[in-house]
Design a protein around this ligand. Structure first.
Ligand code: GN1
Ligand code: MG
Length: 378
């Protein structure tokens, strides 16, 4: 299980021979797994590489992207702390922590990471059978469940000592800083593509002033810092195949102190849309208020009473900002020559950026309706 990197359990495929060498025998042995056991790559996620391994049970083996995460040890300390904390809370409420949170499998030496001969960091987690994550939303009911799962995650961690968490990626959801990074990418023009993105840069520039809306409220002490997940997309919730209920929040690489509105907003970005993040046909890409309501209802049912009035009021702004932020990150990566996000074709990041900007436009037009909807579910 495990599935950091938004892995879709539904997309297992047989490992081609040439990829088999990607998991060298010493890596399997390090985690006490047989070097001869079956290994399947799991697709999904833009950052890490993930494999399903079967050896007296199923395990998720993952190579952590060193380019993105400079200090894998810090990630693992965060994940260990948070999952052990969640385990106790889940047990206390009579739940099953083996299925309701991630569980780290240590190396035979008791470490949470193994560094292979190439210096690549690996980790292992138990795999939850009979559960899967989805790249796209299949029903409002599913989205309501995802909202409940992330709402519970937020609530269960509301008394976790947030200051003990490492900031695994500096300025991860610092939208003004992301805007500066876009400007750096424009100046550098490493991919030689600036001339192709005039309309997209104009779109971004028009919104520069709104970038700091929530980070300013944080600085002014008006919004509290929470333990946040920071990658709350639909594919980071495992659903129980038997019941259709949300089971477990996965991909804890970016658990850090952050704003509740950012977690909420990133879910809306990926959940309340009618198309995949990289749908190129913009006539198919719409922000859906019905889906927004479904997520909001689930989220507030679990976390509503843990949030302050200003946090509740700014949840829709989080949706707009998170969608804008990832849009400018895709655009910056396009200009930098596709060095960060995994891409399948040359325009992939540009397509993603345009897709996100389309959603931003529609969300801006629906800002007041979003507020009305959330107030109905308080
Ligand atoms: C990356 O790898 P994945 O799919 O979990 C990214 C998120 C973006 C997302 C866009 C560490 O997440 O911030 O929202 O792509 N994660 C990192 O699909 O940068
Ligand atoms: Mg992720």
């Amino acid at each position: 299980m495990g599935l950091p990197g938004s892995i879709s359990h539904g997309k297992e495929r047989t490992i081609p021979m040439e990829q088999k060498s990607l998991v060298a025998p010493d890596i399997l042995s390090a985690f006490g797994l047989s070097p001869a056991c079956p290994v399947l790559p799991l697709k999904g996620g833009h950052i890490n590489d993930t494999f399903l391994v079967e050896d007296q049970g199923k395990f998720t083996l993952q190579r952590i992207n060193r380019f993105v995460f400079a200090r894998p040890q810090d990630i693992m300390e965060n994940i260990t702390g948070v999952t052990e904390f969640l385990r106790k809370k889940i047990l206390a409420r009579g739940g099953n922590p083996d299925r309701e949170t991630l569980n780290i499998r240590r190396t035979v030496d008791g470490a949470v990471l193994y560094t292979d001969r190439e210096g690549e960091p690996w980790r292992c987690m138990t795999y939850v059978d009979g559960a899967s994550s989805r790249e796209t939303v299949e029903s409002a009911a599913m989205l309501r469940e995802a909202g409940r799962a992330f709402g519970e995650f937020q609530k269960l961690l509301s008394d976790y000592p947030a200051h003990t968490l490492h900031e695994t990626i500096a300025n991860f959801h610092n939208t003004p800083e992301r805007f500066r990074q876009l400007m750096d990418a424009v100046r550098g023009d490493k991919g030689g593509r600036v001339s192709q993105v005039g309309p997209e840069l104009a779109f971004a520039a028009q919104r520069e002033g709104s970038c700091s809306l929530l980070t300013d409220l944080l600085k002014e002490g008006k919004l509290p810092l929470r333990v946040t997940h920071n990658d709350t997309k639909m594919s980071n919730v495992l659903m129980d195949d038997a019941t259709g209920k949300a089971l477990c929040v996965i991909d804890l690489d970016t658990v850090m102190p952050g704003l509740a509105a950012f977690d909420f907003g990133d879910s809306i970005r990926t959940g309340a849309t009618t198309a995949a993040e990289d749908e190129a046909d913009l006539s198919k890409v719409h922000f859906d208020l019905g889906l927004f309501e479904a997520y909001g209802e689930g989220f507030l049912s679990a976390a509503g009473d843990a949030l302050t009035p200003l946090e509740l009021e700014t949840l829709p702004d989080g949706a707009i900002l998170m969608t804008f932020e990832v849009g400018i990150r895709f655009l910056a990566d396009y200009l930098n020559g596709d060095v960060y996000f995994r891409t399948a074709y040359p325009e992939h990041n540009l397509v993603r950026a345009r897709n996100q900007f389309r959603l931003v436009e529609e969300m801006e037009q629906s800002r007041s309706q979003m507020g009305d909807i959330l107030r109905r579910h308080l």
